[in-house]
Design a binder for this molecule. Structure first.
Ligand code: NAD
Ligand code: UFG
Length: 330
């Protein structure tokens, strides 16, 4: 298949490109490099021995997208291009709605116009809002706590509505839990600009000596050690989930959680990092971060039953590979 991967030079997208190319598919990347580097295309080639086609373009640019869809016979789209900083989305809601929601509309329109039947969308566990874990695909969604989360819920709805009236349109809405880690080669991984918002890149930067200590956001949650619990998932497992979803796509809309089903606390992750790397992360426990939930983890049974997909890596692997990338590329 020829797959268009939007956001393909980004953290998750680059790992998806590697898995797609390794499985013998061809890949076109569209990315405006808002949060990534064109050198990632070279690294994808270094890992796979195959070079994806790369367009530096904005997915909200309907004319440019039309040109790309007219030039290539695309079999499917994996749509990851989007802005993802929760805090920034509160400061700049219109930017987030413009970029993330319009991007989804433009790509869906192009698919329908050019007869591209397969569409895989990067959604997020954030659409479950404060539903209790384990989170199951059949749960009614609760309002996401910020504009970023709203853009995911809106994009899901837009794709469902489009599929309802276009019987050939096959859509998979993939709700990611917490992707971490990096490709075992150490050539691609998460390279946030500025101070990281997320736990694992923060930990690796403390380990590197770029940041002094980890601030643990809250030690009084109703969890075994008082710190927040999340479902961390190796990014290579996540990437493989896209391949599985694409291969099993049927007309209509299916929603899948991509998570491990296991919850890990902030302190457990800090200890796993020490086990994987021998590096003890200095930390202090501070106040909770506004908007954070105590416990978030997936029920991954549907993806296992229907996609034959299940996460393989554990948290020590995730820490090892995240550190391996940080050492190589910072
Ligand atoms: P990322 O920022 O590394 O990758 C996103 C890529 O999209 C970047 O390369 C960026 O330059 C590009 N981009 C942004 N807006 C664009 C536009 N209008 N046109 C073209 N390219 C554009 O982020 P990521 O972690 O790889 O996330 C990928 C997707 O997965 C995002 O949609 C994100 O919301 C979603 N997601 C991520 C997580 C996570 O924890 N990383 C969790 C759930 C969902
Ligand atoms: N945490 C800290 N210190 C930090 C960073 C995070 O203690 O410096 C804690 C958080 O409080 C939370 C856990 O580590 O308990 C994980 O935090 P992340 O920011 O890494 O991840 P979140 O679960 O908060 O958010 C992620 C994505 C969002 C997405 C959400 C959906 O980053 O984009 O999952 O569940 F919306």
């Amino acid at each position: 298949m020829l797959i268009l991967v939007t956001g393909g030079t980004g953290y998750i997208g680059s790992h998806i490109c590697v898995e797609m190319l390794n499985e013998g598919h061809s890949v076109i990347i569209v990315d405006n490099l808002a949060n990534s580097d064109r050198a990632v295309v070279d690294r994808i080639e270094q890992i796979t021995g195959k070079r994806p086609l790369f367009y530096e373009a904005d997915v909200t640019d309907a004319k440019y997208m039309d040109l790309i869809f007219s030039t290539h016979y695309i079999d499917g789209v994996i749509h990851l291009a989007g802005l993802k900083a929760v805090g920034e989305s509160v400061e700049k809601p219109l930017l987030y709605y413009q970029n993330n929601v319009l991007g989804t509309i433009v790509l869906a329109e192009q698919c329908l116009k050019h007869g591209v039947g397969k569409f895989v969308f990067s959604s997020s566990a954030t659409v479950y809002g404060d539903n209790p874990s384990p989170l199951i695909e059949t749960m009614e969604l609760r309002s996401a706590a910020n504009p970023y989360g709203q853009t995911k819920a809106m994009s899901e709805q837009i794709l469902k509505d489009a599929a309802n009236v276009n019987p050939e349109f096959a859509v998979a809405l993939l709700r990611y839990f917490n992707p971490v880690g990096a490709h075992p080669s150490g050539l691609i991984g998460e390279a946030p600009r500025g101070i990281p918002n997320n736990l694992m890149p923060y930990i690796t930067q403390v380990a590197r000596g770029k940041l002094a200590e980890l601030k643990v956001f809250g030690g009084d949650y109703p969890t075994p050690d008082g710190t927040g619990v999340r479902d961390y998932l190796h990014v290579v497992d996540l990437a493989k989930g896209h391949l599985a979803a694409l291969e099993k796509l049927n007309p209509g809309v299916e929603v899948y959680n991509l998570g491990t089903g296991r919850g890990t606390s902030v302190l457990e992750l800090v200890h796993a990092f020490a086990e994987a790397t021998g590096i003890k992360i200095p930390y202090s426990i501070g106040p909770r971060r506004p908007g954070d939930l105590a416990v978030v983890y997936a029920d991954p049974a549907k993806a296992k039953a229907e996609l034959d997909w299940e996460a393989q890596y554990g948290i020590v692997d995730m820490c090892r590979d995240a550190w391996n990338f940080e050492k190589n590329f910072s």
